[in-house]
Design a protein around this ligand. Structure first.
Ligand code: G3I
Length: 481
């Protein structure tokens, strides 16, 4: 009974969400139209042929509390969110599983990622026949947290007053980028206390940390790690192999063997330095390897000299350096279901199948021209299929600029819906925002937006360190509202 009532309520909620989402996406439609460039997020030159994920699906957001989606909702979501354990095994130990979740049959259809399986965990979890109609989407139940056809619902102790406390309601780490050069700003350091996860914004990039071969400058990275440690934050190292912020000595290496050995040495030395102390718990091992249309890797010294196998080599070196750190592949414009996301999905699937040590995928979610917004449905679906491989997902660098005409309410809604999608996928373990305040947001310096003469207003706090409504949207999503 209760479940049916919840089902109806969730249908109404979903209808309302769909209407809101349509409004949001029609505003964001401007972006979809405008997003043709392949502008890398770090300010390179735009090109053409970027992919603009479809925003027209308009299907429901995830299955509601206690048992899946309403009729007529996305079959992928219905199947994906209702059990179905990869390898047919059972899963358990989900984070804050929904109370009152019952069994729910998955949508008919063959799952490419494991099909039916029983999943039992959390209160009221029971078997769910998985299987995602529609192909690749996997199943939430596959990943150690499936709860028998239920969504993953936060359970808070008391009323959280910070993002990190709200994240704790579903055991998610809540992060921000931290830049060493802002640590002398007391508003910056005070606001950082809202978070329990830090990503050094630039300090561990290759040009900063190994500016000349074999000479390592750990001081700026150490500053961020020490700040994090003294504030009870964990750190995700960022980033070991990328095409930007690479010193010229790396680009000038002539032979493949010499480059591979420089890369392996870089990974080994940097990870060795940070592995003691337990603060740096994860790494973006390879960042942004794929071109935006998902057809091939960017042309970099790594891809051109080592071929695509450099990714496997990098992850193997990373695992050899630190057996305990989580190892992620991280990319932008690949959060939803699009060609680039498909390419990344297929790459990490292959890595898992080959036994390459990868723990998860970072979805950056930099949103706004030139990065077309993905629908929260698509983001959920993408997370579910990655989770079905047994991998974690982290939202790694989220910001949402308003230069395409978003209202504060629409920005709040988008933040809310993306965070809510993460909360609904047990394997989505962390949500990091790319800076807390607009004051220091990289978007201001990013020349591929249409923000000229406007305030991108992309973050959760404004230039004067006042919380924006987007902050409330994130808080709501984290506590399950
Ligand atoms: O540190 C120098 C400073 O000494 C110099 O005076 C100044 C003059 O321009 O430049 C400073 O370095 C800049 C650095 O940010 C610190 O502000 C670099 O030029 C600039 O390229 C660098 O931009 C960073 C960019 O990555 C490239 O590394 C952004 O801060 C950073 O937010 C951005 O972050 C990336 C992620 O790592 C990967 N995903 C996309 C994301 C956004 O592009």
């Amino acid at each position: 009974m209760a479940r049916h009532k919840l089902g109806r309520d969730s249908s109404r909620v979903m209808l309302r969400e769909r209407r809101l989402q349509r409004g949001l996406l029609s505003a964001l439609g401007l972006v979809l139209a405008a997003c043709q460039g392949e502008a890398p997020p770090s300010g390179g030159k735009g090109g053409s042929n970027g992919t603009a994920p479809s925003a027209s699906s308009g299907t429901s957001t995830v299955g509601g509390v206690g048992g899946g989606s309403s009729a007529g909702s996305s079959p992928v979501v219905a199947g994906g969110s209702q059990g179905g354990s990869v390898n047919g095994g059972s899963s358990s130990g989900g984070v804050a599983s929904a109370v009152g979740g019952g069994s729910a049959s998955g949508a008919a259809g063959a799952s490419t990622t494991g099909g039916a399986g029983s999943s039992a965990s959390g209160a009221g979890g029971s078997s769910g026949s998985g299987g995602a109609a529609g192909g690749q989407a996997g199943s939430a139940g596959a990943n150690g947290g499936g709860s028998g056809g239920t969504a993953n619902v936060p359970m808070c102790k008391g009323t959280p007053t910070t993002l990190k406390d709200a994240g704790a309601c579903s055991d998610r780490l809540i992060g921000t980028a931290i830049a060493a050069n802002h640590l002398n700003d007391s508003s910056y350091t005070t606001t950082a206390k809202e978070f329990n996860y830090a990503t050094p914004e630039n300090e561990m990039k290759w040009d900063s940390i190994e500016p000349s071969q074999g000479n390592f400058n750990f001081a700026p990275g150490d500053q961020v790690v020490n700040f994090a440690k003294s504030n009870g934050m964990k750190v995700k190292g960022h980033t070991l192999v990328w095409r930007y912020s690479v010193p010229s000595w790396v680009s000038n290496i002539g032979s493949a063997d010499a480059l591979r050995s420089a890369m392996v040495n870089h990974i080994t030395q940097v990870m060795n330095h940070y592995k003691a102390g337990g603060t740096v718990v994860a790494w973006d091992v390879v960042n942004e390897a794929w071109e935006n249309d998902g057809t091939k890797f960017w042309d970099t010294p790594f891809s051109s000299k080592l071929g695509m196998g450099f990714v496997d080599d990098a992850f193997k070196a990373a695992r050899a350096a630190d057996a305990n750190a989580k190892l992620y592949y991280n990319d932008y414009r690949a959060d939803g279901m699009n060609a680039k996301a498909n390419a990344i999905y297929n790459m990490v699937k292959g890595m898992v199948e080959r036994g390459v040590p990868i723990d998860g995928v970072g979805l950056q979610v930099h949103t706004g021209t030139p990065n077309a917004p993905s629908t929260p449905d698509d983001i959920l679906q993408n997370m579910q299929r990655i989770a079905a491989l047994g991998l974690e997902i982290v939202i790694s660098e989220m910001d949402v600029h308003v230069c395409d005409g978003l209202t504060a309410q629409q920005q709040k809604q988008y933040y809310h819906d993306v965070v809510a999608a993460c909360v609904k996928v047990p394997k989505c373990t962390a949500i990091t925002f790319w800076g807390a305040s607009d004051k220091y947001s990289w978007v201001k310096d990013f020349n591929e937006t249409n923000c000229a003469g406007k305030n991108p207003s992309a973050c959760l706090w404004d230039d004067n360190w006042m919380k924006k409504s987007a902050y409330d949207g994130v808080m709501d999503a984290l506590v399950g509202k």
